[in-house]
Design a protein around this ligand. Structure first.
Ligand code: FAD
Length: 434
């Protein structure tokens, strides 16, 4: 199947975006042009790969990180920046597989995931506009009922930060829109400038001795002990390999590619809003998500732009105009912003798994992988990195828990996978409309 990818979002450099325009760490890394040796070779310069490299370097391993384009080129440098507590999209369906203790362990990992990000930012002094406060917004009565029951469950946990349930009459504390029926506010989740976070983490990894190579796409892997990882102009001989190509992994590994579907998601950034307007639409500067399957997610940037994300596209083709496709969503939420100018528009690929539980595990005793965060990866990538590094360092207890969840290969092969999923998603979107 031929796919037409928009050069604006799929060129060799960072795509034009609000994030690229406000990048603070514009470090470039060389291309790999020789044969080198390492304890571990990590493929993919997003949050997953960069943090795996960093975790391993912190434990004293020699690490090589290979990125096909630039650090943060993929979803990690393009996303909505919402740093949301938890793993996956609800753990109840996995209780039978994981058991009560397993579910509790995964819940704890979901909280730790956000703490890891906080610790990174503090320890390595990363300037990435972190701000606390996140809210789920109910679009329908059943969403509101879900939020109420989730809030009740949270009362019995000791997560250590505050949650608040806002009924319709108090919604104005979080969002200046009449489209919603209530909100669940989480003070322990928030938002970041993701490109500055991932490139700041890469800088920290490089400072610890990780050898980072950009424009170094891995073209072939010869499995064995050691494993041989080949790029166009060089190769890495390593005892262990970690694959973090996620939605962009495609031809590199058929098994992984079969379990992750790339889905386009898109963001527009307005011109900076005046203070009064910013305060009117998001008074507490929370990051917010609505609860539809093809959800709207939005937040204010440090310079008062509204960064508004949404859409979900399985065709591999970006909309001809992201602004034309997404602006009507923004207008429905904030009609007063109808005439606002859109300064930036961009998109990227989310890796979706069939059960929407992240795929973190081992293909072989010395080949690890992490992918398919299904749109909830800013925090979980950090946790995946830690759990993989722990396992390589001799403690696989937490990886063993995550590996209990089995992941289906999407039917249809590379040709028909996306159309089949598009049909499935249409079904869920129709349920939203009903
Ligand atoms: C528009 C958008 C909005 C999103 N919003 C949010 C959000 O608000 N909150 C949230 O939690 N999650 C969000 N996500 C999801 C989140 O961004 C991802 O889950 C996360 O960034 C995945 O990180 P990663 O390192 O696994 O993958 P990526 O960041 O995609 O990195 C993979 C890297 O691997 C490289 N690569 C692939 N193949 C090779 C190869 N053969 N050789 C070398 N390198 C290779 C790619 O070039 C790429 O840089 C969003 C995603 C998108 C696209």
């Amino acid at each position: 199947m031929t796919t037409t990818l928009n050069p604006r979002t799929h060129g060799p450099d960072h795509p034009v975006s609000y994030y690229a325009a406000t990048a603070r760490y514009d470090q470039r890394y060389p291309q790999l042009t020789e044969s080198i040796r390492a304890d571990v070779c990590v493929v993919g310069g997003g949050f997953g790969g960069v943090n795996t490299a960093l975790e391993l370097a912190e434990r004293g391993y020699s690490v090589v990180l290979l990125e096909a384009h630039r650090i943060g080129w993929g979803a990690s440098g393009r996303n909505g920046g919402q740093l949301i507590r938890g793993i996956g999209h609800g753990l109840e369906p996995f209780r039978k597989t994981l058991g009560d203790a397993g579910v509790a362990a995964v819940e704890a990992m979901g909280n730790e995931a956000v703490d890891i990000v906080t610790q990174r930012i503090e320890r390595y002094n990363i300037d990435c506009d972190i701000r606390w406060g996140f809210a789920d917004l109910a679009n329908r009565p059943r969403h509101w009922a879900e939020l109420q029951s989730h809030f009740d469950e949270l009362q019995n946990t000791d997560i250590g930060h505050q949650f608040e349930l806002l009924p319709p009459e108090r919604l104005g504390e979080v969002v200046g829109s009449n489209r919603y029926l209530g909100a669940l506010v989480d003070s322990g989740s928030g938002h970041v400038h993701p490109l500055n976070l991932v490139t700041g983490e890469a800088r920290a990894a490089a400072d610890l001795g990780v050898r980072i190579f950009e424009r170094s796409a891995v073209l072939d892997i010869v499995e064995g002990e050691p494993v041989l990882v080949k790029t166009e102009a060089g190769q890495v001989v390593a005892d262990r390999l970690v694959l973090c190509g996620n939605a962009y992994v495609s031809g590199l590994n058929k098994t992984l590619a079969g379990k992750v579907l790339p889905a386009g998601s898109y963001v527009i950034a307005t011109e900076p809003l005046d203070e009064a307007t910013a305060r009117q639409i998001l008074p507490g500067r929370h990051a917010v998500c609505d609860m539809n399957v093809a959800l709207d997610y939005y937040r204010l940037s440090a310079d008062n732009r509204l960064l508004f994300g949404g859409l979900c596209n399985y065709s591999g083709r970006d909309p001809r105009s992201i602004e034309a496709a997404l602006k009507p969503h923004l207008d429905r939420v904030f009609p007063a912003l109808r005439d606002i100018h859109i300064d930036y528009q961009w998109g990227g690929m989310i890796g979706i798994g069939a059960n929407r539980f992240p795929q973190i595990g081992r293909l072989k005793p010395n080949i690890y992988y992490a992918q398919a965060y299904s749109g909830h990866g800013v925090n979980v990538t950090h946790l995946a990195a830690r759990v993989i590094a722990e396992s390589m360092h001799g403690d696989s207890e937490r990886l063993n828990v995550l590996e209990k969840v089995k992941h289906l290969t999407f039917p249809g092969g590379p040709r028909f996978r996306s159309p089949l999923l598009a049909l499935g998603m249409l079904y869920f979107r129709m349920k939203d409309w009903v």
